[in-house]
Ligand binder design. Structure first.
Ligand code: IPE
Ligand code: IPE
Ligand code: MG
Length: 234
């Protein structure tokens, strides 16, 4: 049994770059999509653990603007698994106080998946136990360029940093305090470029489908010891 010891200094918002699904499947001699399937189970487990720990915001990087480079089979598989997850967990989200939000350009996704996401966002909009934010067809550069184009379209000549942030997809979400990328890769791959200005990073070698509460607690303990300075002196 895991000891439910309180961890001090929890981040308000954790960003998770879920990496290693493909390698996990290959290691087991399975098709890549089996890795994505197990990856979704890890998402659900992580949400439960974060609720217990009382972390308020989590963003899961689920599909990047560059992931369209993968095979149609893999992409369709990811869409099917996401669709199935949303359908089977809808009641859980509603009843357990989980609010669903998304970032990224959803218009490129299959219409029925867009509808499912819209309906779940609507039905969970008053929940406030945890905000589960899914980054879908998300890229930091794409988000920044869309923001700039919307500013131009609004006719504004200049904007402040505060105003600029309101044009990003993350308007209602604080910047991530802590970013975890699994699988040992140490790069950001176009995740939350603007918002990560002062994020703390952690790169455990565990492959995402194997990620569990023990890995999460270890990560949070590492975070709790970090000294954040935001450019000042402490
Ligand atoms: C992350 O796992 C999931 C997505 C990017 C959708 P990968 O599919 O990138 O797994 P690896 O990196 O090939 O092992
Ligand atoms: C980053 O993982 C994107 C997601 C986790 C959705 P990738 O596997 O796509 O990133 P690279 O290609 O290794 O940088
Ligand atoms: Mg990868």
């Amino acid at each position: 049994m895991l000891k439910n010891k309180t961890i001090k200094n929890l981040p308000t918002h954790i960003g998770i770059i879920m990496d290693g699904n493909g390698r996990w499947a290959t290691n087991q001699g399975l098709p890549r999509n089996m890795g994505h399937k197990e990856g979704i189970n890890a998402v659900d487990r992580t949400i439960d653990a974060l609720i217990k720990l009382k972390v308020k915001f989590v963003t899961f990087f689920a599909f990047s603007t560059e992931n369209w480079k993968r095979s149609k089979d893999e992409i369709d598989g990811i869409f099917n698994l996401t669709r199935e997850y949303l359908k089977t967990k809808k009641d859980k989200f509603i009843n357990r106080g989980i609010k669903l939000t998304t970032i990224g350009e959803l218009s490129k996704f299959p219409k029925d998946l867009q509808n499912e996401l819209t309906s779940m966002k609507k039905e969970t909009k008053n929940n406030d136990k945890i905000i589960v934010n899914l980054a879908l067809n998300y890229g930091g550069r794409n988000e920044i360029v869309r923001a700039v184009n919307n500013i131009i379209a609004s006719g504004k000549q200049t904007v402040s940093e505060e105003e600029f942030a309101t044009y990003l997809d993350t308007t209602s979400i604080p910047d991530p305090d802590f970013i975890i990328r699994t699988s040992g890769e140490e790069r950001v791959s176009n995740f939350m470029l603007y918002q990560m200005a002062y994020s703390e990073f952690y790169f455990p070698s565990v492959l995402w489908p194997d990620f569990n509460e023990r890995h999460l607690r270890k990560a949070l303990k590492v975070y709790s010891k970090r000294k954040r300075r935001f450019g000042g002196i402490k």
